[in-house]
Each structure stands twice: as structure tokens, then as C-alpha cells.
Design a protein around this ligand. Structure first.
Ligand SMILES: [Zn+2]
Length: 240
């Protein structure tokens, strides 16, 4: 099922196909995904050529990050934090749980678009139910907290500084104050509150400071990846 969704998404959303970009996000993503306890998943990481800030996961192990989110990051650990969080949504089977709940309630799947709302408009009426159905994945606060906790664990195990995760959430909260529309999709699917950021920071504070200071925060290859992404022409599929 996850593979079907992934195929539809990639037909309908503008994807960044540049080989260096695809390679880097997969190297970084795999470095985190290989430390998870669930071994039955096949991971694939992709960059969506959308300016709006968003990231989402499809059951099975397909993770998508919008170009606009990557552009807001300042260092590698912030992107790693987002990947760790999305990986945790997959390993904890949050989307599957939501779908089962919807089926039990016999209400079908709600269609709040977690993707860029404009992208959803663009595909409305083109029979793209799978992409729209991803909207069911409006995670509960408990799911979010769990993903933060596992995300911190995963990136730390991968040797990456987990402080990038709360740091990225703070960037998103600031962005929401400045430009609410630009982060709407992210907040619709991943409710972030100041208190959640503090909970994540408290979780990180339990880690031995010596270990914490030994973890990687940034890398030249990440900065090269960001520069390369900035140099690529933008998708001609306008989001609004
Ligand atoms: Zn989330």
C-alpha cells in the first residue's frame, strides 16, 4: 500500500530529480534509518520541489521533505531531526493506526491535505485519491510526542546532535508568526507547540553532556547539498 501511495505522489508532485540531491538525502536518511529497531522496512528519501514547508512519511518507509523546509535549515542536524521524526512516524506505524481507526469508525478518511494545500487543489479532480488520503495522517499529540522521543533516540544513535530537532521546530514556530500560510501544511499534520519543543529539550537534557558534545551538528557535504539545491531551477508547476 505504501508503495502505491509513493508512486502516485511521485507522479503528481514535482520531485527534485537531481542525482546529487537525491543521493545526499538518501545517505543522510539511511544513516538514521539504519539504527532503528524495525528491520522489515525499506527506506527511500525524496525532496519535493515545493516552496512551502512540509515533510511527510508514507507507510513502508517513503519519506518526503519539501525543498522549502530544507531551505529554512541552517545546519545538518536540523534536517536530520526532521528525518528522525518522520522515520519515527513510520516505525511507530502512526499512519497505519490512523487509517485503521478511520475504518473502524466507518467514516472514511478525512481529506485535510497535509501536502501543500495548493498542490492538493492542483490535483483535485485528477483522481488522485491516494495523495489526498494522506491527509488522514493528522497525527495526535501523543503520536507527535512519541515521534519526537524516538527521533531524538535515532539521530543520537546515528551520531548526530539531536538538538537540531527542537532548533528546527523553533524555526517553524517563528516562521508561523511571520508567514502563517507558508507552514500551514506542516502544522496541519504535525501540531507543534512551544511546550512540545520544551519537552524535547528536556529529553535531550538527559543525555550525557560528554556524548552530546561529541555528536555531529553540521558537515561540509550538507552545506554543499544546500548550495546545490539553491542553484537548481524551481519547478515550473506553480503551487499557487
Ligand atoms: Zn509529526
Amino acid at each position: 500500500m505504501g508503495n502505491d501511495y509513493a508512486q502516485q505522489i511521485e507522479r503528481q508532485l514535482p520531485m527534485v530529480r537531481d542525482p546529487e540531491i537525491v543521493r545526499y538525502i538518501n545517505v543522510l536518511g539511511d544513516s538514521i534509518a539504519r539504527v532503528v529497531d524495525e528491520r522489515d522496512l525499506t527506506w527511500r528519501f525524496s525532496v519535493v520541489d515545493e516552496a512551502e514547508i512540509n515533510a511527510f512519511a508514507v507507510p513502508g518507509g517513503h519519506i518526503y521533505v519539501n525543498r522549502g523546509l530544507i531551505e529554512r535549515t541552517t545546519n545538518m542536524s536540523e534536517l536530520a531531526g526532521v528525518l528522525g521524526h518522520e522515520i519515527a512516524h513510520v516505525t511507530q506505524r502512526h499512519s497505519m493506526k490512523q487509517m485503521a481507526a478511520a475504518q473502524r469508525a466507518n467514516v472514511g478518511l478525512s481529506l485535510g491535505c497535509i501536502l501543500a494545500p495548493a498542490a492538493c487543489q492542483g490535483i483535485a479532480g485528477t483522481g488522485v485519491s491516494a495523495v489526498a488520503q494522506l491527509g488522514f495522517a493528522k497525527f495526535s499529540r501523543d503520536d507527535e510526542t512519541e515521534s519526537d522521543r524516538f527521533g531524538v533516540k535515532y539521530v543520537t544513535r546515528a551520531g548526530i546532535d539531536p538538538r537540531g530537532m527542537p532548533s528546527m521546530f523553533r524555526i517553524l514556530l517563528q516562521e508561523r508568526e511571520r508567514n502563517p500560510g507558508g507552514v500551514e501544511a506542516w502544522f496541519a499534520s504535525h501540531p507543534v507547540e512551544e511546550s512540545r519543543v520544551r519537552t524535547t529539550e528536556a529529553e535531550i537534557a538527559k543525555i550525557d553532556p560528554v556524548i552530546l558534545s561529541s555528536l555531529t551538528r553540521d558537515s561540509p557535504s550538507f552545506q554543499a547539498f544546500k548550495r546545490r539545491l539553491a542553484s537548481l531551477p524551481r519547478s515550473t508547476v506553480r503551487s499557487r
